[in-house]
Design a protein around this ligand. Structure first.
Ligand code: RAM
Length: 779
């Protein structure tokens, strides 16, 4: 394809990702209660099984909501998911859950009525979203849509659907919001609504709400579930006299308990990630109240606030009847229920803690949407954070379905925004009043590159080329749009950029003020994205596109070299991040790369092996050092414990990855910036390097059909163990480094070939089986 001048490349609309196939024949209608009932209405109907057809042999409940729902059938809770149907780009995609409820209808040919009930909450649909205090962005009415399909022994089918015959009434929940928390008045609690013949006093009718049924899609990702529990490690009284609880781990979920106390008295739970001045440190939550309340009934009350979630390690408890003990409370960990597939461990305990913090960061921020943070008035699907973290996520968890689902939202948003990948997906920011100090949304490097980089990470990890074909429209449209934005020089030095966001020298109030020139960062990112789209086009047999994007990459490289490589071989802005990106993204030729590597190593050493990168550079700096022969500097950077560094938070008792290198300052006070989360996964992206370089497991081919086993010991680490459940079976690598060199054990699953590369040693090709290599002289 002839190459068009860069500045005039047009942006054809992205091709649509095919929606997940909806096989339900919907006759149900979305129904909304005639009264809002404090944002937590109950909806119910009664039906009887049709006699004369034998027992029920199959029953499936399909359900979704505007808001979040919990379904009940025949007196039992349906499913163990919470916060369904999660958050998607509701304007174009509303996902429904399908439950096998056959067991719940195993009642014989019983003519007694059966209750189908749905409890609703505000969730993402109608609750607060974003930092401006706004809510109701998708609609101001809650609603539910359910269709129960029953099949009998003789093949007869019966259908129970949400329609205008349903009734709606109040629950014991008197307030609920994801950011602010949940209030329950136990005096109002009763299960009677789930029983047939319920009087339904004070209940009202329902009306049909608005929902285009062609926007329904089945859930393809695992749902959010309770995935763990923690008990209090410590309960004490703060200097101001408050009762505080430490769960020992910054986690995401809620606190559950059973209690008995005077009727009408109120227990208040406030949540926070950190303590400051020995009290609950709530300032980082900004306007999120993160407060749950239970008004006691006088009898034994059970409390579990499933219509909210909090990011917290500490809890302040007010109003507990009698003395609070560790046996009284359980913290419930809530997350998209992803299977853990990758492990890592080594002889350095601080690194192991760092790695555990990364895992907790993924757990806590994968609550249906991959978010920046789980605690403050934000919790948004920031694209750049995932662009940085996706290679780590796909190793730790089987995140294919989860990320592909999110990519569908990205695709939908982008198609309605002229090819622009927004800052966040789902893009709720488009509804917020545009603050003058906030940039007008447009394509931005790293953030918008998520269309390409996240897709590529999923493809590399799982090897399924359909992720490329599904996301190709979004990938290509993004890069075409950027190509239309570059300046006549061919550099992407136009428009707003987050750049090397949160560079450690950026002042607390200006996270974008980085040492790295934003144009250099963005142009390097364009090279990478154009290369990856060219490669994807090639794999998909789209030859013209492959040529177009390869040409674009070549032109952008040339422009980068012409304008950003200075005569003395340094790069414009001479910052760690620009070298890291230019090296890892293959922007420079061999000689330039070697010089850039030396300059990078010199800068890293000059910086005392303290970290000097933000969101853009951090995922790549250790690779850039490794690739250019400066492994020792990569280890010294990784093992630094002084601020700023990866391990500084570990020395400050962090149990998750922080948003800022110094979210907590060395004196124990919270960073004064108004954006200071203690659970942000982006800077944890170094775990990807740890898996490949310390652990020694990397894909040599997408999906690990060939696995590259190339541990590069250093930093005084004397052993490491890692394993990965690949699509073909488990790969396991462990090594010990002794005086004679490396002893290596490798397990290779059937159908997989391992390319073993050792420092200074020969490259071996191993087939399936358990292999013991000893000792290979260390380089
Ligand atoms: C912050 C978010 C996120 C980052 C953006 C640019 O508000 O927390 O981490 O991607 O800024």
């Amino acid at each position: 394809m002839p190459s068009a001048p860069l500045a005039t490349v047009s942006t054809p609309p992205a091709e649509a990702t095919p929606p997940a196939e909806d096989t339900v024949d919907w006759t149900a209608r979305l129904i909304s209660p005639d009264d809002d009932f404090a944002g937590a209405p109950l909806l119910r109907t009664e039906f009887t099984l049709e006699p004369g057809h034998g027992p029920v042999t199959a029953a499936v409940l399909h359900a979704t909501a505007h808001g979040v729902f919990e379904a009940h059938l025949n007196g039992a809770r349906v499913g163990d998911d919470v916060l369904s149907p999660g958050w998607s780009s509701y304007e174009w995609r509303l996902r429904y859950r399908s439950y096998d409820v056959t067991d719940l209808l195993a009642v014989g040919e019983d003519p007694a009525p059966i209750v189908l009930g749905l409890a609703l909450g505000n969730g993402w649909y109608r609750g607060r979203l974003g930092w401006s205090g706004g809510r109701d962005y998708y609609g101001d009415e809650l609603g539910a849509l359910a269709q129960l399909e029953i099949t009998y022994a003789d093949g007869h089918g019966q259908r129970v659907v949400t329609d205008t015959d349903w009734r709606a009434g109040p629950s014991a929940v008197t307030a609920n919001d994801l950011y602010d928390g949940q209030d329950v008045d136990a005096r109002l609690a009763s299960d009677d609504w789930l029983r047939p013949g319920f009087a339904a006093d004070g209940w009202v009718g329902v009306h049909v709400g608005e929902r285009d049924l062609t926007t329904l899609e089945p859930y393809s990702s695992p749902p959010v579930r309770r995935v763990g529990e923690r008990v209090p490690e410590r309960i004490w009284t703060s200097p101001s006299g408050r009762t505080l609880v430490d769960f020992g781990q910054n986690l995401v979920g809620w606190v559950r308990f059973t209690v008995q106390g005077p009727a009408g008295s109120v227990i208040t739970l406030r949540h926070a990630e950190v303590l400051e001045h020995e009290e609950l440190g709530t300032r980082p939550l900004r306007s999120a109240k993160a407060t749950d309340r239970l008004t006691l009934s006088g009898d034994e009350d059970f409390f579990e606030p499933t219509l909210t979630f909090h990011g917290f390690r500490y809890l302040e408890v007010d109003g507990w009847p009698g003395g609070l003990t560790a046996d009284d409370l359980t913290a419930v960990v809530v997350s998209t229920d992803l299977e853990r597939i990758g492990t890592f461990e080594c002889s350095d305990e601080l690194l192991n803690r760092l790695h555990r913090n990364v895992v907790w960061g993924a757990r806590g921020n994968f609550v249906d949407v991959p978010t920046d943070c789980p605690q403050r008035d934000e919790r948004l699907g920031w694209t750049g954070d995932l662009a940085a973290f996706a290679p780590t996520a796909v190793y730790l968890f089987d995140s294919s379905d989860f990320l592909r689902d999110w990519l569908r939202d990205l695709d939908a948003e982008q198609r309605h925004a002229d090819g622009m990948v927004p800052f966040v997906v789902p893009d709720v920011l488009k509804y917020l009043e545009h603050p003058p100090e906030f940039p007008a949304p447009d394509s931005t490097a790293v953030w918008s590159d998520a269309a390409v980089w996240v897709t590529w990470a999923v493809y590399q990890a799982y090897g399924d080329v359909s992720v490329l074909s599904d996301a190709y429209g979004a990938m290509a449209a993004h890069v075409r749009r950027v190509a239309s934005k570059v300046s006549p020089t061919g550099l992407w030095d136009t428009g707003f950029q987050f750049g090397d966001w949160l560079d450690p020298t950026a002042p607390p109030e200006d996270a974008a003020r980085a040492k790295a020139d934003p144009g250099v960062v963005a142009t390097a990112c364009l090279v990478r994205s154009a290369d990856l789209v060219a490669e994807s086009a090639r794999l998909l047999g789209r030859d013209e596109d492959a040529t177009f994007f390869a040409d674009l990459a070549a032109r952008t490289r040339a422009a980068f070299v012409e304008h950003y490589v200075l005569d003395d071989g340094t790069l414009r802005s001479d910052a760690v991040t620009v070298y890291a990106l230019a090296i890892v993204f293959g922007v420079l030729d061999e000689a330039q790369t070697a010089r850039a590597g030396d300059r990078l190593a010199a800068l890293v050493a000059e910086g005392g092996h303290h970290i000097q990168t933000g969101f853009a550079g951090t995922p790549f700096v250790t690779d850039a050092l490794t690739l250019t022969g400066h492994l020792d500097d990569a280890y010294r950077l990784l093992l630094q414990t002084e601020c700023p560094s990866w391990l500084y938070p570990v020395t400050m008792d962090a149990t998750t990855i922080w948003e800022r290198w110094d979210s907590m300052l060395p004196d124990g006070t919270i960073n004064p910036g108004e954006m200071t989360s203690f659970n942000h996964y982006a800077l944890g992206a170094v775990a990807d390097w740890m898996h490949r370089t310390i652990g020694g497991i990397a894909p040599a081919e997408p999906g690990y059909r060939r696995v590259r086993v190339a541990p590069r010991p250093g930093g005084g680490i004397v052993w490491a163990r890692s394993s990965l459940q690949t699509p073909y079976g488990e790969v396991a690598v462990s090594w010990t480094d002794g005086p004679d060199g490396l002893t290596l054990d490798i397990e290779v699953p059937d159908g997989v070939t391992a390319d073993v590369e050792l420092p200074g040693g020969p490259v071996a090709e191993l087939s399936a089986g358990a292999h013991h290599l000893e000792p290979v002289p260390a380089g």
